[in-house]
Design a protein. Structure first.
Length: 429
């Protein structure tokens, strides 16, 4: 008997030959993957069925939405429901102080980012503006930033306390930028020029976004969408920037009380938000920040969770990369900007997505601080809109779809970085 026949016939009854087993395994592999994809697709369709029905409901009439049994597709596609939402108006003109606060928050973000990027340099020994002159001049310019912010607030609202608190907040933020650059021994001439240029660019941005807020109107859906998009973007960018700087300090720098401060910061995450809600509102009200964008952006410059997430990520970056750059003459901020931040892109995008979605979906804080139609965000406006237009289900569904599409699109567009950031952040503690 040939050897091949022995291998295939002497396996015993009921036991398949090796070639049969290989063919069976190949068939299983080929069939299993399509079945798995079909199963995941079916699960996804089931989970997204309410969203799909709500989206299709935006093209139905009110009677068709509440009819029983419900229909999946509209009998008549009413595309005019979408532009009808943007034509609704709750009345009221845009208040100057509200539009000014939105413009100043956008200008603050542009100023701080442009100042840090423009002022980054290495000091040239024996050349340029000396430190004993450059540092006091930069502090003076920081004071000028606060004074100009206070003056600009006074153009649209006559409130001395509001001018003082907003000016002080802008002065402190500009002073933080000066302190960050001062740690790196920069070229102070370049720092001063960058600060002046950033001040002009921030002022132009402030005026531009204030004009956009006035054009968007008062109690209109376009203004609510503008408020939500601007506040979510500015707050997320500012929080990521300040959290990244604080996290780098905890991960790499050595200073007295570092471990105690970090532990105290982590302990603050255990405090429920409801405990600090009323005290925070009292402080905001005393500063006259109620019904302005300052109340939602400036108190949220830093976030304990964001600092913790980025600190864990920065600790996983090899120190050798930073040490080699430091030997080549790079400053702390140059290392942070050119080495650490590009490597931390997944964690930064993760934090940005979380903070953007947190502000976009927030309801309680805007409801507490913003009380006129021109300052409402989408969640607050849709709640009032639903009470006002009780029978207009199709228009309400259009507003809910607009409110849901933006964060969903952002999440799916950056889901890869989100997963990477969450997985990398726990590699090293």
């Amino acid at each position: 008997m040939p050897v091949s026949e022995t291998n295939t016939t002497e396996m015993g009854p009921g036991i398949p030959a090796p070639k049969d087993r290989q063919w069976t395994a190949r068939v299983v592999r080929l069939v299993r993957r399509p079945l798995l994809y079909l199963l995941l697709t079916a699960i996804g369709l089931v989970l997204f069925t309410p969203f799909i029905l709500a989206f299709l409901g935006t093209f139905k009439s009110d009677a068709e939405i509440i009819a029983w049994p419900p229909s999946f597709l509209p009998a008549e596609w009413l595309f005019e429901n979408w532009p009808k939402l943007f034509s609704t108006d709750f009345g009221g003109r845009p208040r100057p102080e509200g539009a000014t606060s939105l413009g100043l928050m956008a200008g603050m973000l542009v100023f701080f980012g442009a100042f840090l990027l423009g002022g980054m340099s290495s000091e040239t020994k024996g050349r340029g503006v000396p430190r004993r002159i450059g540092l006091p001049a930069a502090i003076g310019l920081a004071f000028l930033v606060g004074a100009m912010a206070a003056w600009y607030v006074g153009l649209g609202f006559d409130g001395r306390l509001l001018q003082l608190t907003v000016g002080a907040a802008f002065f402190v933020i500009a002073l933080i930028g000066v302190g960050v650059l001062a740690m790196s021994e920069p070229d102070w001439g370049r720092v001063l020029l960058a600060m002046v240029a950033a001040l002009l660019l921030g002022g132009l941005t402030t005026v531009l976004f204030e004009v956009f807020a006035v054009i968007a109107g008062g109690g209109r859906f376009s203004r609510w969408l503008y408020n939500t998009a601007l506040l979510s973007t500015v707050r997320a960018f500012i929080m990521v920037l300040f959290s990244a700087m604080a996290a780098y300090a905890f991960a790499r720098l050595r200073f007295p009380g570092r471990n105690f401060i970090f532990a105290f910061m982590l302990a603050s995450m255990m405090i429920p938000g409801a405990v600090t809600l009323i005290p925070a509102f009292i402080v905001i009200a005393k500063m006259q920040w109620v019904n302005t964008a300052y109340s939602l952006v400036i108190p949220s410059l830093v976030n304990a969770f964001g600092i913790f997430l980025l600190t864990q990520f920065f600790k996983a970056i090899p120190r050798e990369l930073e040490e080699s750059a430091f030997i080549d003459g790079a400053s702390f901020f140059q290392i942070f900007n050119t080495i650490v931040l590009p490597l931390a892109k997944p964690a930064l995008l993760t934090l940005f997505i979380l903070q953007f979605q947190g502000m976009w979906n927030d309801f309680l804080t805007p409801l507490l601080y913003l009380n006129t139609p021109d300052m409402w965000v989408l969640n607050v406006a849709l709640s009032v809109f639903q009470q006002q237009y009780t029978a207009a289900w199709n228009i309400t569904l259009v507003g809910a779809m607009v409110n849901a599409i933006v964060p969903l699109t952002m999440f799916f567009a950056f889901s890869r970085y989100y997963i990477e950031g969450v997985s990398y952040a726990g590699l090293k503690g």
